[in-house]
Every structure is written in structure tokens, then in C-alpha cells.
Write a protein of this length. Structure first.
Length: 186
């Protein structure tokens, strides 16, 4: 039995909507890091930006005697399966022509990546701080200066104390708070 065109009835034509959603998804990236348009910068004081400091910490700087303390790539990698699931969900939404749902999944993936990077920043493990860094951090405030004097009088091992009481990548929390995600059309 042959079907004639007059017997076919199309109730909803979503082809253009679906094509547009798939095209949008294929030209969209979720990026995690320190975007210039959203990130907290330190330029008002002439200090380097959070993006610059993050790069130095991630890769190290032998000329400044700073070991690599990777946190961005390992943080994102730690939720790779969760991210893949969200991206699959975004693709399924695009196939249905649901741009709002697709963007929602991309936003969830970005937010999860930011949380994972912040957890990595807080927990490490990282190379311990140098003695000079521990002393410099203590000297920043009057309270820290008093604490340093008292610890020296008592013969406290500053390296051991710093390893227990200071986080290598967190001093003022500016860099921690600057981790963001953006969704960009590419």
C-alpha cells in the first residue's frame, strides 16, 4: 500500500528550531577560569591580575623559584564524568530544539566546574610554602608580626607551622573568589 502526499499530515515542524539549537550548541563553549570581563582584578593596586597569578601557580615559575601547583586542570578533570553527562543532556535538549534547556545544562556544567576548581584550590595537595612566603604572610599585619616574634622566641618550626596553618594558594581569597565560568559563542 502506497502513501500519497495528501495522506501525510505534519502537525508540528520543528526542523528549523532543532537545526538552530544544534548549530548554537556546536558553536558554544563553556570555559572555566579567570575571564577578564567577570574576574576580580588587582590592577587598581598595580598588582598582577588573578589570571596571571593563576597561570604562574598552575605552571610554576623557575625564575621566581615557584613550584607548579596545578589546580585548574585537575579541578576540572575531577568532574569529567559529571561534565560529560551534562554535555550529553545539552545535546539531547538541542536535538529536541529546546535552547533554554540546553543552555541550562551548560550553565550547570560550568557551575560544577567552578566548584571543583575551588575545592582543588582549598584542598591541594600542593608543594609546601617556602619559609620566605610564610614570613612575608605573617609580616603583613601587626597581629602576624606579633605572632612571628612569639613563635621565634618559643623556637617554633615555622615551616611545620606554615604547612599546618597556611594554604599555599590562598592568602587573601581574591583568586579563589575570581574563579568563574563563561559560556561563549565560538
Amino acid at each position: 500500500m502506497a502513501v500519497t502526499p495528501s495522506q501525510i499530515k505534519m502537525t508540528v515542524d520543528n526542523r528549523l528550531k532543532i537545526a538552530a539549537a544544534i548549530n548554537l550548541l556546536s558553536h558554544t563553549s563553556v570555559m572555566v577560569g579567570f575571564p577578564a570581563e567577570q574576574g576580580v582584578t588587582r590592577t587598581e593596586t598595580g598588582a598582577p591580575t588573578n589570571a596571571y597569578l593563576a597561570y604562574i601557580h598552575e605552571h610554576g615559575s623557575p625564575e621566581h623559584n615557584l613550584p607548579a601547583r596545578p589546580f585548574l586542570k585537575p579541578g576540572v578533570a575531577s568532574i569529567n564524568q559529571q561534565t560529560q553527562a551534562r554535555l550529553r543532556n545539552a545535546a539531547m535538549m538541542a536535538i529536541k530544539g529546546n535552547v533554554v534547556g540546553m543552555m541550562g545544562q551548560l550553565n550547570v556544567a560550568g557551575g560544577a566546574a567552578v566548584r571543583a576548581v575551588k575545592i582543588k584550590l582549598r584542598t591541594g595537595p600542593f608543594a609546601p610554602l617556602a619559609m620566605s612566603t610564610i614570613i612575608a604572610r605573617l609580616r603583613k599585619t601587626q597581629r602576624g608580626q606579633r605572632r612571628l616574634r612569639n613563635m621565634r622566641k618559643k623556637g617554633v618550626n615555622l615551616l611545620q607551622w606554615g604547612a599546618q596553618n597556611m594554604k599555599p594558594l590562598i592568602d587573601t581569597t581574591q583568586m579563589l573568589n575570581a574563579v568563574k565560568y563563561v559560556i561563549r559563542k565560538t
